[in-house]
Design a protein around this ligand. Structure first.
Ligand code: ADP
Ligand code: MG
Length: 397
């Protein structure tokens, strides 16, 4: 992968080409990571725990102030869309502006919260993350925009506040009903640490990741974009309905993430639909599995963490039904490779990526075996990334 200074130099040249080579102009640069969730999937909107980390793949921005109140934005990843222009006030979703709706959403949510931009910007974007693959390129670009605004106008927001506003932008402006995990992991990431986040209370702590000679390997199914968002909304509705039925027998219950496995087993009869009971079971068991996994990792029991990752995949496949042929194929192949400690789907599912813990000496064999058989079975190749755990969204220069 290219180094940060090489990327920024390339962006400087492109910035001049797109916005004019006014030598006197000062640019600022920012980086916002993607994220990979190690365990705790589909628990965030169920008030449970997640355990993600920010990764060194992410989104860069080069920014210059403008005198007027419009912003011009260009993404080197979306060259065919050209330079997109929008005003810094009174925004609403505009399909024609395509990907720029992500930064526009953040501008709008900031304005609604009383943080009005005093002028516009010229912004050049370059991302090293695959888009739409469950590594949260959307959250990456949202929190990036939030930091650009906070920095330029000294709004004085802390990162958690920016995270919340970014999630609100994705929910209310872009219209994707995501939980808080993605923006939180992107904004609050810390080098070499994963974040144990309670999505019910937003209390969190960092947990140092020491894998004892193993690495985090992300494998992208490269499945073309699917209808994941409608299935996602169905899962959310099923869990919400299950929670409401549980509240009839336990009125003080706020979220599925508050239940122990035993308590869930006792109460589950109150959920009338077997399918909804199954969905809720995943949410409860996955949450408790996440807590157990973090405890194991902190006790240096990497093998147990890996085993719980595998169990997470079974639950997402059998109870939550969000894996599909591509993710199941990747996970099943990974489990057969010597030196793989654990492997599971990560992100919302249906396509996107798996995350695996692989002994360093086994990584090449892992890529070769999984790559070969997956390609034979599915008809196209996966991609592999060895993840470095990185800091959250920050200014570079
Ligand atoms: P994910 O967050 O899993 O990558 P999403 O579908 O939520 O997938 O978000 C992907 C979308 O975010 C892209 O289709 C694009 O609109 C926007 N996006 C992300 N990164 C960039 C980028 N570098 N340049 C332009 N748009 C981006
Ligand atoms: Mg996203």
């Amino acid at each position: 992968m290219e180094k940060e200074n090489e990327i920024l130099a390339k962006m400087q040249a492109e910035f001049a080409a797109k916005f004019g080579a006014d030598a006197a102009r000062e640019t600022r640069s920012y980086f916002s990571p993607g994220r990979v969730n190690l365990i705790g999937e589909h628990t965030d909107y169920n008030g449970g725990h997640v355990f993600p980390c920010a990764i060194s793949l992410g989104t860069y921005a080069l920014v210059a102030d403008r005198q007027d109140s419009k912003t011009q934005i260009y993404s080197m990843n979306m060259a065919d869309k050209g330079v997109i222009e929008f005003p810094m006030s009174g925004l609403s979703y505009d399909k024609a502006k395509d990907w720029a709706n992500y930064p526009m959403g953040v501008v709008k949510v900031f304005e609604d919260a009383g943080f009005k931009a005093g002028h516009g910007f010229d912004i050049l974007i370059f991302g090293t993350l695959p888009n739409g693959s469950g590594l949260s390129s959307s959250a990456s670009i949202e929190v990036l925009t939030a930091l650009i605004l906070n920095d330029a106008f000294d709004f004085g927001l802390d990162m958690v506040e920016m995270v919340k506003l970014s999630q609100k932008a994705e929910n209310t402006f872009v219209g994707v009903n995501c939980g808080i995990m993605d923006q939180f992991a992107v904004g609050m990431g810390k080098k070499d640490c994963a974040i144990l986040l309670d999505c019910n209370t937003l209390s969190y702590r960092y947990s140092k990741i020491a894998l004892d000679g193993a690495s985090i390997v992300i494998t992208n199914t490269n499945k073309p974009h699917s209808l994941a968002s409608s299935a996602y909304n169905v899962r959310r509705a099923q869990c919400e309905h299950a929670l409401n039925e549980l509240k009839e027998v336990k009125p003080e219950l706020n979220a599925l993430g508050e239940l122990s496995n035993e308590e869930f087993n006792q109460l589950a009869g109150a959920i009338s639909e077997p399918l909804e009971r199954q969905r809720a079971r995943h949410a409860v068991l996955e949450n408790n599995r996440t807590l157990e996994a973090v405890e194991a990792l902190e006790a240096n029991d990497v093998a147990k963490f890996g085993k719980l990752m595998n169990e997470s995949h079974y639950s997402l496949r059998d109870d939550y039904d969000v894996t599909g042929k591509e993710l199941d194929t990747l996970a099943e192949l990974a489990w057969q490779v010597d030196g793989v400690i654990g492997s599971r789907m990560t992100g919302a599912g249906f396509g996107g990526c798996t995350v695996s813990l692989v002994k360093n000496e086994a990584i090449e064999a892992f890529k070769e075996k999984v790559g070969k058989v997956y390609t034979e079975k599915i008809g196209y190749a996966p991609s592999f990334y060895v993840a470095n755990i990185a800091d959250g969204t920050h200014r570079v220069k």
